[in-house]
Design a protein. Structure first.
Length: 548
């Protein structure tokens, strides 16, 4: 029986005329196998079968560029998705692959005007001439599969051309080097500054490119210096960058402690290593430091071994926080929420409401509508991370039912440390949490909840395309009493702890139009759409692996 990868490799050749190669689970070509020739010609079926006879555990790669008439947009994070959206048409539904680490591969026709590009749009790469991608049903290093989206795949969607706006953006850049030079000042890389500028430029790229690519960039930048840097000098700077990148941050011990502080069950050292991105080419020293920190915490009694498996621990929490329930006031706050939500839910003091939304789904409109309907009853703070004063004013002026001088709230520019400035007894609207790491989002929500007394915090969290939960995943679910998931034209109740009339509204959905960016127009009543496994599994996954 041929392996699944061999069978799929043959189908890629037969059906789509792709040039396929065997690759390892680490995404690299099989050791000793030269794949360069297959940029010029496609292997035939006999060769493919021979490869998988020699390398039965091989995964399947597809060579991009002219030979396969294929360019693949590689989006590796939610931030990358946000950054690339302005350059994609709507709708944009190419064949799409879910990658093992939560990213996306968008399959498009090759465009000879562009070639392999790394980091031109942060969080994204382009695999074109001279490159390749790992394709389904291959396994990643974490054991998870590359998987076709069940609705957007090679069988259901035509491969479209690369979007013209994306080609214009990519074609206007020559990669990370040009991106760096574009931001440079007049005296960038001049005598007296060359070593320092080169060091900081390279160090900022260590998470975008691997060591071999960084070396190429180092010499490209070094040659742009005034006067050009000697090769030996470039080598010294590059060595310093790689050594620095392999060391832990000064805050690593605190970060590891913060990560552990939000764990409610057991955790493994390997999970921490993955969370802190210590698995890559610069991770050896970082992994060593993490193991040292864990050993110290175990010695102090902050954590203890869990079960028989090596490297698995649980947090030891002996702190007792007394709850004065006898003197508590169990009266609901007079909080009004958009789309008639308060007909179904009520809000008690010291509550967090989370809104997970895809970009442009209406989170900010929801926030401003909530401020408008409650600002006379609460001291209201709007903590905003990406709107300047002009844009805030422009959005407020669209509200026909409030005069420009009728708004009553404080707007604060804030992208982090929200708990330091919130009003413990007021209405705090946080738009939005930017962090990628799930545990950090949980820690932020915990710090906000700790600061609240009788007040409320409405917290917006970005969510990825096709997902129900926002950044923070399961950690973002713990503290909120109400959790909403927003997509363009739809809001859904994912969690609700306080509801009217004994009717639990979890799973209820409401469809709406958003007029002029502020006015919610319901297009139907709240209706029950049961939440099932499909809501928490990436489309096309049959493994039962949860999104969070």
């Amino acid at each position: 029986m041929p392996s699944p990868c061999e069978g799929q490799a043959l189908e890629y050749l037969r059906k789509y005329k792709f040039s396929v190669i065997p690759v390892g689970q680490d995404k690299k070509p099989i050791p000793g196998f030269s794949w360069k020739a297959f940029q010029e010609r496609r292997a035939d079926e006999r060769e493919i079968k021979g490869w998988w006879t020699l390398y039965p555990q091989a995964q399947v790669g597809i060579v991009t560029g002219t030979i396969s008439n294929l360019s693949v947009i590689d989006v590796d994070s939610e931030e990358g998705m946000e950054n690339i959206l302005p350059f994609l048409p709507s709708p944009f539904q190419p064949p799409m692959v879910w990658t093992p680490r939560g990213g996306y591969h968008f399959y498009c026709r090759h465009d000879s005007r562009v070639s392999n590009k790394v980091g031109v749009i942060p969080g994204t790469d382009l695999r074109a001439e001279g490159g390749y991608v790992v394709a389904p049903p291959s396994l990643g290093v974490n054991g998870s599969k590359y998987l076709w989206d069940q609705d957007c795949n090679l069988n259901t969607k035509e491969i479209p051309p690369l979007p013209s706006a994306y080609v214009a953006k990519i074609g206007s850049e020559t990669g990370v080097v040009t991106h760096t030079l574009a931001k440079a000042t007049e005296d960038f890389m001049t005598i007296g500054r060359r070593n320092n500028d080169l060091f900081h430029s390279l160090y900022s790229m260590t998470k975008l490119v691997d060591a071999s690519e960084l070396r190429v960039i180092a010499f490209q930048l070094g040659r742009t210096a005034k006067p050009p840097m000697p090769e030996r000098e470039i080598e010294i700077v590059l060595k310093s960058v790689l050594e620095r990148a392999s060391k832990k941050d000064v805050s690593l011990a605190q970060d590891v402690s913060d990560y552990i502080s939000v764990q409610t069950g057991f955790f493994s050292v390997n999970e921490i290593i993955r969370e802190f991105d210590a698995t890559g080419p610069f991770g050896r020293e970082l992994r060593k430091n993490i193991h040292t920190i864990i050993a110290r915490l175990a010695q102090k009694g902050s954590i203890e071994k869990y079960g028989e498996k090596s490297g698995v621990y649980r947090r030891v929490d002996k702190e007792k926080i007394m709850i004065d329930w006898e003197n508590a006031q169990a009266k609901a706050l007079d909080l009004q929420l958009p789309l008639g939500l308060d007909d179904y839910v009520y809000t008690l003091p010291k509550a967090i409401i989370a809104i997970a939304g895809f970009p442009s789904a209406g989170k900010t409109a929801f926030c401003l509508e909530t401020i408008k309907t409650n600002m006379m009853n609460f001291n209201t703070l709007y903590l905003c991370s990406d709107l300047g004063p002009e844009e805030i004013k422009s959005r407020l002026e669209k509200h026909e039912d409030v005069p420009p001088d009728g708004w009553n709230f404080e707007a604060i520019e804030r992208a982090g440390s929200f708990a330091d400035v919130i009003d413990p007894n007021g209405l705090n609207v946080i738009d939005y949490i930017r962090l990628d790491e799930a545990w950090r989002v949980g820690a932020i929500l915990q710090s906000i909840w700790d600061k609240l007394e009788n007040g409320i915090a409405i917290v917006c969290i970005q969510k990825e395309w096709g997902r129900v939960l926002g950044r923070g995943k399961e950690y973002s679910l713990e503290k909120p009493r109400l959790y909403l998931s927003m997509d363009p034209g739809k809001v859904r109740i994912i969690k609700c702890k306080n509801f009217h009339h004994g009717i639990d509204p979890v799973g209820y959905a409401k469809y709406f139009d958003l007029l002029d960016g502020w006015k919610f127009i319901p297009t139907g009543p709240w209706k029950y759409e049961p939440l099932g496994d499909k809501d928490f599994i990436k489309p096309g996954w049959q493994t039962g692996r949860k999104l969070f």
